[in-house]
Ligand binder design. Structure first.
Ligand code: KG4
Ligand code: ZN
Length: 336
């Protein structure tokens, strides 16, 4: 059978990415141009700066992806791009480029939900993985516990009511003077700290709820740092990082495992930037092993934003009969 080639484009936040994948799961190229060094100076992503930078680099990123994949434009069967959620100006750059490409090639186009893209990263990493399974999507903008019933059928069991897990990591890291993005930095220094040094509060919400809330925990860390500063006591950043991380990971793991049991799921996947976290992977893996649940997570390069995951999700959308109109707009608050 002829190979099916998808080109994917992602520009929802501060990474401009283009990937070419074969038959839904094989990555031929996955070029990521990160703006992180630009936004670092501001301590977070500046939307207008992000859009302008996407415009500057997108053509070269696409060109590089085609060259690395060793394909020409005529080999492309489908064009996929993120159309939400994300920063509207940033989304519009990749989306418009992709629609233009589809129009000029006279090929089908499919818009992809960024969160569904994160989930699809697991198909690239695990060739045998098939729905149904439970997926914990944890990124800078999202914390969702999703029942993946089929490739394009999702039921959200819980979501964050305030800060996303990654957002909490980034804010705590900033308060600790670690820089941006904070997740990997906290992950690193937490390894040197005592995770039982401070007992930060964990919000479990109502009995049986699979929603999350991280703003109370974040505020508790900020209050703790203020109090220590005001009383002139020494702050051990490694201990604070480790104690904060323990609280986040305990909540994430506990709720995910409970949901797997309630919904009879014997497979759990992680997705999103925070899925790169070493403590989360370790604890989830331990809890899954105890219960005979299979545990999957993507490599770090596929956890954070990339276009290969968008192309994979686009492939499964298309195979399920979903195609988008070229009039498709960007939706900054698109829901899964
Ligand atoms: O998925 P992603 O690249 O972008 C969004 O869609 O939001 O996720 C970025 C988030 C940031 O908040 C970053 O701090 C966090 O993922 N992150 C981590 C780690 N690596 C990235 N958080 C905890 N531990 C990590 N190792
Ligand atoms: Zn993302």
């Amino acid at each position: 059978m002829k190979d099916f080639i998808v080109i994917g484009i992602e520009s929802s936040c501060d990474e401009t990415s283009c990937a070419v994948i074969k038959n839904g799961r094989e990555v031929l190229s996955n070029i990521i141009s990160s703006q992180v060094d630009i936004h670092k100076k501001f301590g977070g992503v500046v939307p207008e700066v992000a859009s302008r930078k996407h415009v500057e680099v997108i053509s070269n990123v696409v060109k590089e992806a085609l060259e690395e994949a060793k394909i020409s434009l005529s080999d492309i069967d489908l064009v996929a791009a993120t159309y939400g959620p994300g920063l509207v100006g940033a989304l519009l750059v990749g989306l418009s480029y992709a629609k233009g490409l589809a129009l000029s090639l006279n090929k089908p186009f499919v818009g992809v939900n960024h969160i569904e893209g994160h989930i699809a990263a697991n198909y690239i990493a695990h060739k045998d993985l098939e729905p149904p399974y439970l997926c914990l999507v944890v990124s800078g903008g999202h914390t969702h516990l999703v029942l993946v019933k089929d490739y394009t059928e999702f039921e959200v069991l819980g979501r964050t009511r305030d800060d996303a897990a990654g957002e909490a990591y980034d804010k705590v890291a900033r308060a600790l003077g670690l820089g941006y993005p904070g997740g990997p930095l906290i992950d690193r220094i937490a390894k040197e700290g005592n995770e039982y040094a401070v007992d930060f509060p964990k919000a479990y919400l109502e009995d049986g709820s699979f929603d999350f809330s991280f703003s109370g925990l974040k505020s508790a860390v900020l209050n703790y740092l203020n109090k220590m500063n005001m009383t002139g006591k020494e702050i051990k950043r490694e201990d604070v990082a480790a104690s904060f991380q323990r609280a986040v990971v305990e909540i994430l793991v506990e709720k995910t495992v409970k949901a797997a049991q309630k919904y009879n799921m014997n497979k759990i996947c992680l997705a999103g930037g925070v899925a790169a976290n070493s403590k989360l992977k370790l604890e989830m893996s331990n809890e899954c092993e105890k219960r005979g649940i299979k545990f999957y997570y993507p490599p770090v390069s596929l956890c954070t934003d990339n276009a290969a995951m968008i192309a994979a999700a686009g492939y499964y959308n298309y195979k399920s009969g979903i195609v988008s109109n070229l009039g498709l707009n960007a939706y900054p608050s698109l829901k899964i």
